[in-house]
Design a protein around this ligand. Structure first.
Ligand code: SF4
Length: 375
C-alpha cells in the first residue's frame, strides 16, 4: 500500500509490516498504525500518473459520431422513429494516453466503442486514425484498423470461448490478423504475453473455467494485446470483479501502458478509476458529450450540473461536496427532451434550457462544456 499512503516512510517500501495487535482483538499490518499526530483524517492518495507528452498528431479523432437504431412497428415493420444511442459525439485521443468515457448506464458509452470497432454500424460522423479517414464500408481499412484497435469487455466470463484452451484463444487473433504465420510460430509470443499479464506459461493448456475472474480478465487483456494494438477500448473491464482484484487489473493496465505506450479509451462509471488511470475525461448524457477536458480540471471543478451531480454522489471518507440529487429517471434516447436534454433533471435549469440545446463551448483550462450557464 506504500505507493498510495501519505504516512509512508522509507522502511515501508522495503519491508512488509508484521501484524501488530490493536486493542483487545484487532490487528493491523502497518509500520506506523494509528492516526498521525495532528492529522484529522488520512486520505488515500492516488498514485500520481506520469506526465505524458501530448503528441502533435492525435491517434484517433472522432467527429460527430452518430449511432441511431431504427424503431420498427406494424405488420410492414415501418420505421417510426430512432433510438439515438450516440448522437454527435466528438473525441480525440493521443498516443499512449487514456481518455475516460463516463456516464450512467445507457448513456451510449459502450455504443461509441462498438461503433469504433465496427461491431455496430455508424449512422453518421467521421473517424480518423492518425489523420486518415476510415470509411465505414472499406473492409480492408477496417481489417487493418482491427489490428491497431482491440477491445477488452466487461465480463471476462462471457468474453472467452469456454471450449478453447487459453493458448488457442491467444493464437486466434494472431492468426486471423496475420501477426503469426502458424500456431507453432505464435507460441513463444503467447508465453511472453501471459508473462506480461502476470500469468504462467502452463495456463496455455488450460480452459477459461479453470481460472478466477481476475485471471480471466488478464487472459482477455493478453488476447487483446496479442496483435500489438496501439489502442485498447476497455469497456468497464473491472466492474464484474471483486474490489481487490479490480485494483490488480487497474495496476496491470497502468503498467502495460507505461511499458507498451498503448492508448486506452476507458469506459467506466467509476470516478475513482478515472482519477487513477486517465489524463482526459468525457462525460456523456443521453448519447452526447456534456463535458470533457483534463481529469484534474473536470474532477476538481466540474462545470456541468450533470458532472457535478455524478461527482457529488461519490462517497469520500473526508466529507466531500454536498450531494446534488437528480430528479427523475434518465429519459429514453428514443424521445430525448427538447432543448438541453438534461433540463428536466437539472436543478439549475432556466427558461432558455427548455428551448435550445447548448453547444459545447471551450472554457479556461482546456475544458469544453455543453451548458447555457457555463462561463
Ligand atoms: Fe442545466 Fe440549462 Fe445547463 Fe442544461 S443548459 S445543464 S438545463 S443549466
Amino acid at each position: 500500500f506504500a505507493a498510495r499512503c501519505e504516512r509512508r516512510q522509507p522502511v515501508c517500501e522495503t519491508e512488509a509490516p508484521g501484524l501488530m495487535p490493536v486493542g483487545d482483538e484487532g490487528g493491523v499490518r502497518c509500520h506506523f498504525p494509528g492516526p498521525r499526530p495532528g492529522s484529522a483524517a488520512v486520505e488515500i492518495l492516488p498514485v500520481p500518473l506520469p506526465a505524458l507528452p501530448v503528441a502533435a498528431r492525435p491517434l484517433l479523432e472522432i467527429e460527430a459520431l452518430k449511432v441511431h437504431f431504427p424503431i420498427r412497428k406494424g405488420f410492414l415493420q415501418r420505421v417510426c422513429g430512432h433510438v439515438r444511442a450516440v448522437d454527435g459525439v466528438s473525441l480525440e485521443l493521443s498516443p499512449g494516453r487514456t481518455l475516460a468515457l463516463v456516464g450512467e448506464s445507457g448513456c451510449g458509452k459502450t455504443t461509441v466503442a462498438k461503433a469504433l470497432m465496427q461491431l455496430l454500424p455508424r449512422s453518421g460522423g467521421e473517424v480518423r486514425w492518425q489523420g486518415t479517414l476510415i470509411e465505414a464500408k472499406d473492409k480492408r481499412q477496417i481489417q487493418a484498423l482491427r489490428r491497431k484497435m482491440q477491445m477488452v469487455f466487461q465480463d471476462p466470463f462471457a468474453s472467452l470461448n469456454p471450449r478453447m484452451r487459453v493458448g488457442d484463444i491467444l493464437l486466434e487473433g494472431m492468426l486471423a490478423l496475420g501477426v503469426a504465420a502458424s500456431a507453432e510460430a505464435g507460441r513463444p509470443a503467447c508465453v511472453a504475453l501471459l508473462e506480461q499479464v502476470g500469468m504462467k506459461a502452463e495456463a496455455l493448456e488450460r480452459y477459461p473455467h479453470e481460472f478466477s475472474g481476475g485471471q480471466r480478465q488478464r487472459i482477455a487483456i493478453a488476447r487483446a494485446l496479442a496483435v500489438a494494438p496501439q489502442l485498447l477500448l476497455c469497456d468497464e473491464p473491472t466492474s464484474a470483479l471483486d474490489v481487490s482484484v479490480q485494483a490488480q487489473i487497474l495496476n496491470l493496465l497502468r503498467d502495460l501502458q507505461a511499458e507498451l505506450k498503448v492508448a486506452y479509451l476507458f469506459i467506466t462509471h467509476n470516478f475513482a478509476v478515472v482519477e487513477y488511470l486517465a489524463q482526459e475525461v468525457a462525460v456523456m448524457y443521453l448519447g452526447r458529450v456534456v463535458e470533457q477536458g483534463p481529469v484534474e480540471q473536470v474532477l476538481t471543478a466540474p462545470a456541468h450540473p450533470y458532472t457535478e451531480a455524478l461527482l457529488s454522489a461519490v462517497p469520500r471518507i473526508s466529507g466531500g461536496r454536498p450531494i446534488l440529487r437528480l430528479q427523475g429517471e434518465t429519459p429514453s434516447p428514443a424521445h430525448p427532451p427538447e432543448g438541453c436534454h438534461f433540463h428536466p433533471r437539472c436543478p439549475k435549469a432556466l427558461e432558455q434550457c427548455r428551448n435550445a440545446y447548448p453547444p459545447l463551448r471551450p472554457l479556461p483550462g482546456g475544458v469544453q462544456v455543453a451548458c447555457h450557464l457555463a462561463c
